[in-house]
Write a protein that binds this ligand. Structure first.
Ligand SMILES: NC(=O)c1ccc[n+]([C@@H]2O[C@H](COP(=O)([O-])OP(=O)(O)OC[C@H]3O[C@@H](n4cnc5c(N)ncnc54)[C@H](OP(=O)(O)O)[C@@H]3O)[C@@H](O)[C@H]2O)c1
Length: 335
């Protein structure tokens, strides 16, 4: 176990936990959920292929070298498009890190959509992912959402086989609590390298759980205690999905938003102006300022917005500014 602290990005260069697992990843990751033309059976179009090319090209041009997928995104079409991009630009393969997820199954006849961590399903899913991406090896495979019927021995065996056959390099999880991770970790040959969770300026449970420790108020959060700490201690890369809160604070539709959201959006705009940066950069800097060295997984497919997000790497929020954002967004002072 390595307990060494990562270098503070505010005093020097960030060292991501993923670096300790052998990946020289950018701190921003580009998610591909918005690609592929939607969750339908329509064939992918040339304009969608161009959109995928443009997103990848823009990401690379601003230093983003890691891409996040899942077998279910647009029913596999997001991976298919990314595979086509790689086929047309094979020279980029060695310069990027490709991650995907499995474990969510579509409905089949009377069986509803479900989570499935059985060995056979994990192995078959990895094969499907590799086929669609046109790869021999995937860099990182995440288990998408906890299956209550998980048999950790089976997952360990699936991971062992995928590693031994050279199909997957490293493994991680998504939406898992510290307790769920510990159960799995007890059976695995290798450490989990990542946990992808919804962390952003709107959904603050991941912070609320900590600040209400030993306090009589505020039991209304639903984030499992100790998850952030567990990941930090074991160098599990925390990845934040929906890091822009889908644009809520940076220009998206706020017609039904609360007063706290409206005030936070105004604060974000003010800070962006003062710091001569973009609103997206301020929203993401809230995650980047956290000492866990979180990787925001941005989901925009818009090249301008990808560029706006990349400005976050130049923003250093002070301790006080971070709290200004936090307290404004929670809509009340600290307990
Ligand atoms: N592990 C999980 O369970 C899980 C769950 C969800 C997502 N993910 C991953 O996380 C990635 C990001 O998730 P996300 O897409 O929810 O995150 P996000 O980055 O918070 O939101 C991106 C979405 O918001 C839109 N948006 C952003 N700013 C906007 C603005 N100012 N005005 C209008 N629309 C705006 C984008 O549209 P444009 O494309 O037009 O910019 C895009 O649809 C996904 O791609 C996926 O890889 C993982």
């Amino acid at each position: 176990m390595n307990y060494s602290a990562n270098t503070d990005r505010h005093s020097s260069k960030t060292i991501l936990p993923l670096t300790k697992h052998g990946f020289a990843a950018s701190q921003l990751v580009l998610g591909f959920m918005a690609h592929g033309g939607g969750w339908n059976d329509n064939p992918v179009t040339l304009s969608e292929l161009k959109r995928a090319h443009d997103a990848v090209e823009t990401a690379l041009s601003v230093g983003i070298n890691m891409f996040d997928h899942a077998d279910i995104y647009s029913k596999g079409k997001a991976e298919l498009l990314f595979g086509q991009v790689l086929k047309e630009r094979p020279e980029i393969r060695d310069k990027i890190i490709i991650q995907s997820k499995c474990g969510i199954r579509a409905a089949e006849g009377p069986i509803p959509s479900r989570f499935d961590f059985s060995k056979d399903h994990i192995i078959a899913s990895a094969d499907g992912i590799l086929n669609r991406l046109g790869l021999e090896k995937l860099d990182i495979l995440l288990l998408h959402r906890p299956d209550p019927l998980i048999e950790p021995e089976e997952v360990a065996e699936a991971f062992r086989q995928l590693k031994a056959t050279g199909k997957v390099d490293r493994f991680g999880v998504s939406n898992m609590s510290a307790g769920q991770m510990k159960l799995l970790e007890a059976y695995l040959d290798e450490p989990l390298v990542a946990n992808q969770l919804e962390l952003n300026l709107l959904k603050l449970d991941w912070l609320e759980a900590g600040i209400y420790m030993n306090h009589s108020e505020g039991k209304d959060y639903s984030f499992p205690d100790g998850t952030i700490e567990h990941c930090r201690l074991l160098n599990v890369q925390l990845q934040a999905y929906s890091p822009l809160a889908r644009g809520l604070f940076s220009g998206g539709d706020r017609s039904n938003a609360s007063a706290a959201v409206q005030e936070t959006a105004a604060l974000v705009a003010r800070m962006a102006e003062e710091k001569d940066t973009t609103k997206e950069a301020i929203v993401l800097s809230f995650l980047l300022r956290h000492p866990a060295h979180i990787q925001p997984v941005i989901g925009t497919a818009d090249p301008d917005r990808i560029r706006a997000c990349s400005e976050a790497m130049k923003v250093n929020l002070s301790h006080g500014e971070w709290y200004q954002l936090y307290v404004t967004s929670r809509g009340r002072g600290m307990p």
